[in-house]
Write a protein that binds this ligand. Structure first.
Ligand code: EPU
Length: 343
């Protein structure tokens, strides 16, 4: 295990810590007991204390995919384990071990500075390295699971550190074992495997349109940053958690029936017998782009994103989410699943 040198065994504790600046939605939640985890070895004794006191608990990474309640009772583990290093290489790949608390975008930038391409399509995704595998972050035709070799985590059921191979993580679209078994694993390090044979992935429409000017991984990185900056709201300016709903998967039968009534339906091929629909398009068709409900609203340039105009709470966000879900259900008969974790 790669523990930070000289890290104290007891993590720093803050009582009643305001989390407004630690979640990208900008929700003013308060953590009763916030522990700053800077080394993996701090976790076992802390989990023992949490169990003894029967405190509820959760982990907060970059706070970019969560909806916080007004008060987080019990213990909140602020994941700050840092460090990124090349551990070894073979003829085909380079292996990197990275602390769960490292900022995702800074890490992608660092790999490119080390001449290690592969992650460029995932530039500018908010959050941390440790959070990336939980929902298997993806963008512009790439999912992080394609580059994860294994994950080191504390397993709270066996009370020991475990290594999960890529297959054991059960990755799927915006899904993994970490999401399906919430509260079981605390990810401390992610080991990436970057193939030496690099190939540009430009099949996603927005990149394809610019492909003539995209020769190197750094070109693609810059293009993805540019597209995201134009399409998605910057959480430092207006609170949001990126895509608020997953793109829903429907049967081919339902797809064909929808297509007959909505010839402009936006969809993508997926697993056999199914089709993935663009949730943003469905919401947009309901006329909800820019729709405001009190302190929160649908982003005016991307209907898949809910934004916090200032003082929005989890209840406000979930009320708007319900309105959107009901509208899409009524008009298209399609169920939208909320993407961020509701804490
Ligand atoms: N669309 C509309 N109206 C809208 C929004 C979208 O008509 O208001 C249409 C677009 O024109 C496009 C289609 O819907 O034809 C898809 O939109 P877009 O290309 O913006 O991608 P997305 O499906 O909305 C997904 C990911 C994003 C990722 C992008 C790029 C999910 C839930 N979201 O969004 O991920 O950045 O593709 O790969 O899969 C995130 O998870 O937080 C996230 C931002």
């Amino acid at each position: 295990m790669n523990c930070a040198k000289n890290a104290p065994l007891s993590p720093k504790l803050s009582l009643n810590l305001g989390l407004q600046l630690r979640n990208t939605f900008g929700i003013a939640g308060i953590a009763e007991r916030a522990y700053e985890i800077t080394a993996a070895e701090q976790i076992p004794p802390l989990m023992q204390e949490i169990t003894q006191n029967q405190w509820p608990w959760r982990v907060l990474g970059g706070g970019s995919n969560v909806i916080l309640p007004p008060v987080l009772s019990g213990a909140t583990l602020l994941m700050n384990i840092d460090g990124e290093k090349v551990t070894h290489e073979d003829s085909e790949s380079t292996y990197l071990e990275v602390g769960a608390g490292v900022n995702w975008h800074a890490f992608v930038q660092w790999t490119l500075d080390q001449q290690l391409p592969g992650l460029e399509n995932l530039a500018l995704i908010p959050g941390t390295v440790g959070a990336a595998p939980i929902q298997n972050i993806g963008a512009y035709g790439v999912e992080v699971a394609q580059y994860i070799d294994r994950i080191i985590a504390f397993d709270t059921t066996s009370n020991q550190f475990v290594t999960l191979t890529n297959a054991a993580c059960e990755f799927a679209y915006r899904d993994s074992i970490f999401k399906r078994q919430p509260g079981r694993f605390i990810v401390t390090q992610v080991v990436f495997k970057l193939p030496k044979a690099w190939q540009a992935r430009l099949h996603y429409a927005d990149l394809q349109a610019m492909s003539a000017n995209l020769t190197t991984a750094k070109d693609i990185f810059a293009a993805v940053c540019d597209i995201r900056t134009k399409k998605l709201p910057n959480p430092q300016v207006i609170g949001n958690a990126g895509s608020f709903f997953q793109n829903p998967l429907v049967s081919n039968q339902q797809y064909q029936s929808l297509l007959s009534t909505h010839p402009n339906l936006v969809s993508y091929p997926d697993k056999a017998g199914h089709r993935k629909l663009a949730a943003g398009w469905l919401i947009d068709q309901c006329g909800l782009k820019g729709h405001r409900l009190g302190e929160v609203g649908v982003y005016e340039k991307q209907a898949l994103v809910i934004v916090n105009h200032g003082h929005g709470t989890a209840a406000d966000i979930l009320a708007l989410a319900k309105l959107i879900q009901d509208s899409v259900q009524e008009r298209f008969g399609v169920t939208l699943e909320i993407e961020p974790n509701i804490l």
